[in-house]
Design a protein around this ligand. Structure first.
Ligand code: V55
Ligand code: FE
Length: 494
């Protein structure tokens, strides 16, 4: 990768691969349970051309969509680029035309007015369709059987928002998808679009509101009664962008906010709760109602986890010195005022996972990625440049925490959860685990882990024949969901 910068964003597990490939019938060590039947889709940023600027970052990498197709204990794999407008223009030009992360003022004239999104963050399945999403643009629809890109998705022209979050929430009982877009009205605007799509994938509601300042709203939450928007002080500024500067700068002294409104209500009903300055979270675990109380569980840190967002705000802090933890915030909707309660429940970490049926409800267990206290230094890789090397399982009701620690030189990316039809069975987690095998060389495996007993490690492993770049988010799509896919079935998965 001689033409790529030698920074954390392009070395280690972040070394560009850029190969579209597929393989059938991969080796399986151990037995994959029959109920693990479906597809594990992954979003993998992988720059197809060397960046225009040497200080470019992982988050700018072209989205690739990957799929482990699993059936009858057999595993097939495939990965292809998401053919965004940006990817196709740069492929044709054989060079970068788009400049800094989310700064169109740094683009080549040939990129003017073109769609900048790289659709590299989350594969989203809803109403029989697969989308690759990134919060700075609309999602791109993907054929789940062939991984071909179908095109940008705007709900048959109905969606007014210019953006679509990488973290929508699907209600397990109604099948509705609750989602939002921030900078909905354009670059650096405070406009947020709050939207609902029904179980058939039609947009039924889109309401706009203004957030207190233009922050990166990476994730939100729903309970059965409410929609919950956390606002952390990582802000955008149009003048800074015009001067060629960073989109995001973290402001350690600025207060945070949480907006809560009835999920089927009007945005005018939003209540704003004021929080501590400087804090940050990218991912929320879950929210649920408890009488007049609303609990929100989140992966909280005391500053922004991304080095480039801290540095743009003048914050000098080593990645290993960031404090925080799995935290519960409790809002009493029967009381006036702007305050809420806070309680730490577990060690710091991120990439939380929940059973789909627990979305917006009280839940028994969640899983998230963390650091093995007995492990060595983290492998370089992933969006923040330091990969996780442990998985935790937490039962918030009783505080029980289990760990699946990984050995020195290993890393784990976000798992997906696969449910079991057996009552009281927690199901399984599937995750890609990487092991350093030499200088800048890594061997990747798919691991299947029992969700109830993560401490015993993988019950089955699938070694991968080629290197894999670090994933952002993934999604599990069951056999029944795949069978109900609404695209032309050009080729059946597995
Ligand atoms: C995140 C990831 C992104 C992004 C903004 O994980 C935030 C957080 C992979 O792209 O553009
Ligand atoms: Fe995310």
């Amino acid at each position: 990768m001689a033409n790529f910068p030698k920074t954390i964003h392009f070395t280690g597990l972040n070394t560009p691969v850029g190969i579209e490939w597929s393989a059938r019938n991969l080796d399986v060590i151990g037995d994959i349970p029959a109920e693990v039947d479906g597809a594990f889709f992954r979003a993998v940023p992988d720059p197809a051309v060397p960046p225009m600027f040497a200080d470019d970052i992982v988050l700018s990498g072209d989205g690739m969509v990957a799929r482990f197709a699993i059936s009858g204990g057999k595993v097939d794999y495939a990965i292809r680029y998401v053919e965004t407008e940006r990817y196709k223009l740069e492929r044709e030009a054989r060079r970068a035309l788009f400049g800094q992360y989310r700064n169109p003022f740094t683009d080549d004239p040939a990129a003017q007015g073109k769609d900048r999104t790289v659709a590299n963050t989350t594969p989203v399945w809803h109403a029989g369709r697969l989308f690759m999403t990134k919060e700075d643009g609309l999602g791109y629809e993907i054929n789940p059987h062939t991984l071909e890109t179908i095109g940008r998705w705007n709900y048959y022209g109905a969606l007014r928002s210019q953006t679509f979050t990488a973290h929508p929430r699907i209600d397990p009982q109604t099948g509705e998808m609750f989602f939002f877009g921030y900078e909905a009205g354009g670059l650096c605007t405070k406009d947020v679009a709050y939207c609902i799509a029904d179980k058939d994938g039609n947009l039924t509601s889109e309401q706009w509101f203004e957030q207190p300042y233009c922050s990166t709203i990476h994730d939100f939450a729903i309970s059965e009664k409410y929609a919950i928007f956390p606002i952390f002080p990582t802000t955008a500024d149009l003048e800074r962008l015009k001067a060629g500067g960073a989109h995001w700068a973290h402001q350690q002294e600025l207060e945070s906010w949480v907006g809560i409104m009835p999920r089927y209500g009007k945005v005018e009903e939003m209540r704003w709760f004021r929080g501590r300055p400087g804090i940050s979270a990218f991912h929320l675990v879950n929210a649920f109602d408890d009488g007049d109380l609303v609990h929100l569980d989140l992966c909280l840190s005391d500053t922004n986890a991304f080095g480039f967002m801290r540095e743009a705000g003048g914050i000098q802090r080593d990645q290993r010195e960031i404090g925080g933890g799995l935290t519960r915030w409790t809002f009493d909707m029967s009381k006036d005022g702007e305050s809420y309660a806070e309680r730490v429940m577990g060690p710091p970490g991120d990439m939380p996972r929940l059973r789909d049926v627990d979305q917006g409800r009280p839940y028994r267990a969640a899983w998230y990625m963390s650091m093995n206290p007995q492990g060595g230094p983290p492998l370089p890789g992933g969006p923040v440049g330091a990969a996780f090397n442990a998985m935790l399982r937490i039962e918030p009701g009783n505080g029980r925490i289990d760990m699946m620690p990984l050995d020195f030189g290993m890393a784990i990316s976000e798992p997906v959860h696969v449910p079991s039809a057996t009552p009281d069975h927690d199901g399984w987690l599937l995750a890609v685990v990487d092991r350093q095998s030499g200088d800048d060389m890594f061997q990747s495996e798919l691991w299947i882990v029992e969700a109830e007993d993560i401490a015993k490690g993988a019950i089955a492993r699938v070694p991968m024949p080629l290197p894999m770049r670090a994933q952002v988010h993934g999604s599990w799509v069951s056999r029944a969901q795949l069978d109900g896919a609404r695209v032309q079935q050009a080729e059946r998965v597995a």
